[in-house]
Design a protein around this ligand. Sequence first.
Ligand SMILES: C[S@@+](CC[C@H](N)C(=O)[O-])C[C@H]1O[C@@H](n2cnc3c(N)ncnc32)[C@H](O)[C@@H]1O
Length: 416
Amino acid sequence: MRKDHSLYKTPVIPDGHPYEDIFSFQPELQKLVAFSTAMKLPRHRWFYYKPGFAPDIVEMILKKYSKYEGETFLDPFSGVGTAPMVASKMGFSRSTGLDISPLGITIGSSKVLKLDKQDVLKSLDKLKISPYRKKIEQYYLNKAYKKEIVRKLLSLRDSISSVEGTSETKQFLNLCLLSIADKFADVKKDGGFLRYFEREKPENILDYYRKLVLDFTEDFTKLTFESAPEFILADARKIPFDDESIDTVITSPPYLNRYDYTRIYALELAMLGISDEEVRSIRKKTLKSHIEAKHKTCPDFSSKIFDAIESDLPQRELSNPKIPEMVIGYFHDMAWNLKEVARVLRPNGFAAYVVGNCRFSGIHVEVDAILGQIAESYGLTVETILIAKTRGSSAQQVRKYGDLPLRESIVILRKN
Ligand SMILES: C[S@@+](CC[C@H](N)C(=O)[O-])C[C@H]1O[C@@H](n2cnc3c(N)ncnc32)[C@H](O)[C@@H]1O
């Protein structure tokens, strides 16, 4: 966070803001709204997931706002499982993560397995790469790799599925393959896109893979779960739980930044064996945080700040004419989710949402405050909004409309 807020012409919290009194600056949380510190922690480090948050933020929120013993925990947008893993470790008896993408669910479930090092080592020893002659169907596998490289990776994938060993061992070995899939590609994840990028690749795939597996086996005993979290492929707008069955929710929905995870993680989805057609279908089902998702209108929420954006934004000159539909659709989708979270939370239970504000054609979209107002219309109270960090607007927006601090915040909601 910029230390001196006077550097911005517009204050971080505008005067007379409806939540003026409950915002709280927490610059010490700045690093924790990003995934990077997870890469130093056992099991969490097994797959780098840029949109994820740090395990420490989950721990901090739980310690401050929850009683967290023997209770039920839910993350409805669980990505690679960070929050359910921390909640389980901290004593929740039932901890669940939902995600619409099979990638997150596969990775989350693989990170919490009970694994036997000897079994893994025996299987690892037998893995081999042989000539691979099957037709490669998926677009990204054909486009992003040199032919001889992708054939080796797919042969290794086949070898993992047929090697002797327990199903847990195979699941873990498969995760290790997903974890290195992009190291051998001629593309890199760059913001919201995969860009062509001729990279230097490790010489020998099998050697590189074996070293990684050996390194990860060190984590088996460093982090274990008495009652492991479960991960369910499900839509956060339709939560598969009974009314008032959950005590605590900590989550981070996709930010309203146009990033389409099914494109950014297209290689890993293809490596999982998911067809192009299935990926397109998942893309449409994701939250409307990007243009290609399909949203469903939610009829009964209210937010004054959102109403102002809904009427203003379509009047502006925009870089893409579909932006108003995306912004409006995002809040309808989030309204479905908040309504569901309000339904499944027990009275006095709490929910924490890690979110980022954004700006389109000069219009400030205060995601934190709008979600707060929508949540209130479903019987939740906004207890506090912790401001973890601020970002400036893009250079283009600053030139045209002036600078504006964009908050990245944690909205703490309590069921009445
Ligand atoms: C910001 S990431 C969450 C990252 C997570 N906190 C972690 O540390 O791994 C948002 C997640 O929401 C998922 N998602 C998108 N639309 C969804 C939906 N309709 N229902 C459930 N999950 C969805 C995405 O696949 C993505 O993994």
